[in-house]
Design a protein around this ligand. Structure first.
Ligand code: ADP
Length: 508
């Protein structure tokens, strides 16, 4: 482990809507936990500030204690809040619990309160807490639109009060969610919303007629942060070329960089993973076969009896898994097509996915009813951390056919668990997966890549993967070992964040 010199040690506070495993919806939660853990291990002081969602299971928090009762402003009132401190897998977390309805409900997102207002409130409540407690961290690291107002509130309000030292970093995990906000809504956190209605503050260049009424919290965050990071070098280029906020990012190019996410290797380690029926590592992958059988039997893709009689095809057919939020970005038509094509090729496939849109949910429920009765496909429509670990361990192939993918963790986690990635060439997928048949850089080759968004492109990658699996078993095992040994950990990449922090911090 790399440990910094004393003079290089920093105090870093993350302000975020998600944290794995207690409040995780997608990759954002994993990133915050993994980066925080690695910075802690290098000797920095790190804390994560998180809304105290009602859905958080308190048994995952140790040493939970109330540390501060204070008030924070919202919409003309001062709302009483409690700040709790606790440890989540050894990482210090500050939970902010307002006394109103915000963050109540059964899930992280989608409660019956107004989400935009709740996060505006949370953004201010975090700065208010830092002020009340007189902490002066070196870095306040905010993530996504939910906390995009923090840099505005900091430079236009708290920096004029008593918060002096902190400098701001914004990480954009996904440009599509830009936090549209009216001036009136922004005013609810105590800023004068009408002063942000320009392109050089919080209006996206793309809004029709530069409508000063339609602000973007992400845009404001870009303008007001000292450094802006997105989650892979290829996605950085994509965001500068087209899409929302491209011209804003070009104007802020000097402070904008792309840093590939890592994976949290404490949480994702097939040699120690408590969710697995058998552990394994690159030098001994026998346990992976056990995991595959366990999943196949558990999901009815193979029977115990058949296994005993040795007349099962379990090892001979590749198992493809796809673990994802079921949203358009993830290539839904390609996922449904893959189900069909894998079955045609005689393989097995498991989809673990959760939809937030009712129409998508219905569509996949329809598919589940159709396929789950057969013996080669299982479509599981839920969020399950435990199942995700087992499926990565059981998989021969991890499928990530995204239309766009800022970084993507599924392919990296899959690799660590010996699942060969099959991905569309976009964003972070293009930075982490290199085709087996691309002979220009054989040392990097670690999976199967296709470019088009059409079904034919996916088919040809699946066909190639299946023929490798079927016809070159020794070669396949070599790739499995190779992908397991690739270092996509935070220890490999956190240093780049530290460099960003160092480039903007105030040294006294
Ligand atoms: P995104 O952040 O867009 O959701 P990433 O690939 O960056 O995509 O991160 C997804 C993370 O969420 C991975 O850790 C993946 O295993 C997990 N995940 C996604 N869907 C599910 C699900 N239905 N059940 C369990 N874990 C899931």
């Amino acid at each position: 482990v790399h440990v910094e010199k004393d003079s290089d040690l920093m105090h870093i506070v993350h302000v975020t809507a998600e944290m794995a495993p207690i409040a995780k919806v997608g990759g954002l939660g994993d990133v915050v936990t993994g980066l925080a853990r690695t910075c802690l291990s290098r000797g920095h002081k790190v804390a994560i500030m998180l809304p105290f969602y009602e859905c958080i299971q308190k048994q995952h928090i140790s040493d939970l204690e109330l540390i501060t009762s204070y008030s924070s402003y919202h919409d003309g009132n001062w709302i009483a809040c409690n700040a709790y401190r606790g440890l989540v897998s050894s990482i210090p977390v500050i939970f902010i619990e307002p006394s109103n309805q915000f963050f109540k409900g059964q899930s992280v997102y989608g409660g019956s309160y107004n989400e935009l207002e709740a996060y505006l409130f949370f953004s201010r409540a975090c700065l208010e807490w830092l002020q009340v407690t007189r902490l002066q961290p070196d870095i306040i690291h905010v993530h996504e639109w939910q906390t995009g107002a923090v840099p505005l509130l900091y430079w236009d309000m708290y920096h004029h009060l008593s918060l002096e030292k902190p400098r701001l970093v914004l990480t954009i995990h996904n440009m599509e969610y830009y936090g549209e906000c009216s001036q009136e809504q922004l005013s609810k956190c105590g800023l004068d919303g009408s002063t942000y209605g320009t392109v050089d503050k919080a209006v996206d260049d793309r809004t029709i007629g530069h409508n000063p009424e339609r602000l973007s919290l992400l845009k404001g965050g870009i303008v007001y942060s000292n450094a802006v990071v997105t989650v892979s070098p290829t996605y950085l280029n994509e965001t500068l070329c087209s899409g929302w906020l491209a011209s804003s990012l070009i104007r802020n190019r000097d402070k904008y960089s792309g840093i590939l996410n890592g994976i949290d290797t404490a949480m994702w380690n097939p040699a120690t993973d408590v969710f697995l029926p058998a552990k394994f590592h690159a030098n001994n992958i026998e346990g992976k076969r056990t995991c595959k059988r366990f999943v196949q039997v558990g999901l009815g893709l193979a029977s115990e009896k058949g296994l005993k009689n040795g007349n099962q095809v379990t090892d001979k057919v590749p198992l493809v898994v796809c673990i994802t939020r079921l949203v358009a970005q993830k290539g839904l038509h390609l996922i449904t097509h893959a189900i069909n094509h894998v079955e045609k090729l005689g393989g097995q496939m498991v989809v673990l996915g959760k939809a937030s849109d009712v129409r998508v949910e219905r569509e996949f429920e329809g598919l589940a009813n159709l396929y789950n009765q057969g013996s080669s496909v299982r479509i599981l429509l839920m969020y399950s951390e435990e199942l995700s670990h087992m499926l990565y361990a059981a998989a021969d192939i991890v499928l990530v056919p995204s239309i766009y993918e800022p970084c993507g963790l599924a392919q990296m986690i899959g690799m660590r668990y010996g699942a060969v990635p099959l991905v569309r060439k976009t964003g972070g997928l293009a930075d982490t997966v290199f085709d087996m048949d691309d002979h220009s850089q054989p040392e990097k080759a670690n999976g199967f890549v296709f470019e088009g968004i059409d079904e034919g492109s996916l088919n040809s990658a699946l066909d190639r993967a299946f023929s490798y699996y079927g016809e070159k078993p020794n070669e396949w095992i070599r790739i499995v070992r190779k992908v397991m040994e690739i270092d996509n950990s935070w220890s490999n990449t956190a240093g780049k964040y530290i460099n960003v922090y160092n480039s903007i911090r105030v040294r006294r």
